[in-house]
Design a protein around this ligand. Structure first.
Ligand code: PLP
Length: 401
């Protein structure tokens, strides 16, 4: 008898499991709106031209494959912190930031969580309800206790700002508050600048520490600077905080696993100490990070011509998603005779639309219409094209009523 006999079958991942089910479906009309990955109008994966150019440069230079230091590629770490805060930010000028290259957003969040577990044992992290499903796994596996704060109001299909503030106020002083820097996943609803200010006020009052997850910089508004304004606001107010970054979406580097964990601190001395301890956490986990994606980011951000090309491609991607958002809304409006207000679709931002479809309605979308989506009612508009908007609207209306 096997010693593994008591190992049970794990359930499929709620997001990546959708892609597996999609692959197995042989129906020609099938549509994958599960995972948040950008597709072209022909529904094909897209490698940014600027990424190809950076890779070409790297080949020409004949770069080697030696190990990176534990903290990653220095040129990447510099570029990523500057992209986040702006190169002339005093936090950067004064060396008040500890930046360590991570295994994309997930790995960077995980490293931040490991730091919290080690240095702030028992401190609770508050996450939004709902949030990206993996946040709970990351915190739980790192041994960090968490609970939720209200975020989404199904009545208004908007932000439950009052509930959010109440729950953050009710948390024990000194808690960590996980915030999505922009383009909240899955709801597509962000606080307004005034609301961000009020959130900062409450965090300050309570001695809470922000932990920003920045997975979509550039994808909310099309502007890298505008999408970092929440983080920059908190930094300018002098908060100590964690910020995880990902280049999966904005540079389309999903499989390269490139991102960073930043800790902003009051002094350069503290930043050096925190960085040394982040390295100490990383070393036994994966030793040092992969180089390829780091070089791509460093080349693109460090070269003004490539950087401008990147911005143009990002605006193109964000623009295509806005186009299908508009078309889907119009299709729903013209087909649905019930008078339901679908304008929330236009108000949501980023890659996703949070449709309000329940689990059983989402099942109908998949079982009857071959539309693959997560069971929380989220659809990735990045996987939709103009040609399929009418079909999708029919599927949504059929599933709703
Ligand atoms: N955080 C949020 C909110 C996300 O939506 C994602 C990806 O979907 C990530 C982090 C991390 O993604 P990755 O590990 O590919 O960078």
């Amino acid at each position: 008898v096997s010693r593994f006999e008591n190992v049970s079958m794990a359930p499929p991942d709620p997001i990546l499991g959708v892609s597996e089910a999609f692959k197995a479906d042989t129906d020609a009309t099938k549509l994958n709106l599960g995972v948040g990955a950008y597709r072209t109008e022909d529904l094909q994966p897209y490698v940014l031209k600027v990424v190809n150019k950076a890779e070409q440069l790297m080949l020409e230079r004949g770069e080697n494959k030696e190990y990176l230091p534990i903290e990653g590629l220095a040129a990447f770490n510099k570029a990523t912190a500057e992209l986040l805060l702006g190169a002339d930010n005093p936090v950067i000028k004064n060396g008040q930031i500890a930046t360590v290259q991570g295994l994309s957003g997930t790995g960077s969040l995980r490293l931040g969580a490991a730091f919290i577990a080690r240095y702030f044992p028992g401190v609770k992290v508050l996450i939004s309800s709902p949030t990206w499903g993996n946040h709970k796994n990351i915190l739980s596996d790192a041994g960090v206790p968490w609970s939720e704060y209200r975020y989404f109001d199904p009545q208004t299909v908007g932000l439950d700002f009052k509930g959010m503030i109440e729950d953050i106020k009710a948390a024990p002083n000194g808690s960590v508050i996980l915030l999505h820097g922009c383009a909240h996943n899955p709801t597509g609803i962000d606080p307004t600048p005034e609301q961000w200010e009020a959130i900062a006020d409450v965090l300050e009052e309570k001695g809470h520490m922000p932990f920003f997850d920045v997975a979509y910089q550039g994808f909310a508004s099309g502007s890298l600077d505008d999408d970092a304004s929440s983080v920059r606001k908190f930094a300018s107010r002098g908060f100590e905080m964690f910020v995880a970054q990902s280049y999966s979406k904005n540079l389309g580097l999903y499989a390269e696993r490139i991102g960073a964990i930043n800790v902003i601190l009051p002094t350069a001395d503290l930043a050096a100490r925190v960085k040394s301890q982040l390295k100490r956490l990383a070393r036994p986990m994966y030793s040092n990070p992969p180089v390829h994606g780091a070089r791509i980011v460093a080349n693109v951000v460090g070269d003004s011509v490539l950087f401008d090309e990147w911005r143009a491609e990002m605006q193109m991607m964000a623009g295509r998603i806005k186009g299908v958002r508009q078309k889907l809304y119009e299709a729903l409006l013209s087909k649905d005779k019930s008078g339901k207000d679908w304008s929330f679709i236009l108000k949501q931002i980023g890659m996703f639309s949070f449709t309000g479809l329940t689990k059983s309605q989402s099942d109908n979308m998949t079982d009857k219409w071959h539309v693959y989506m997560t069971k929380d009612g989220r659809i990735s508009l990045a996987g939709l094209n103009l040609a399929k908007c009418d079909y999708l609207a029919d599927a949504i209306i059929d599933s709703y009523y």
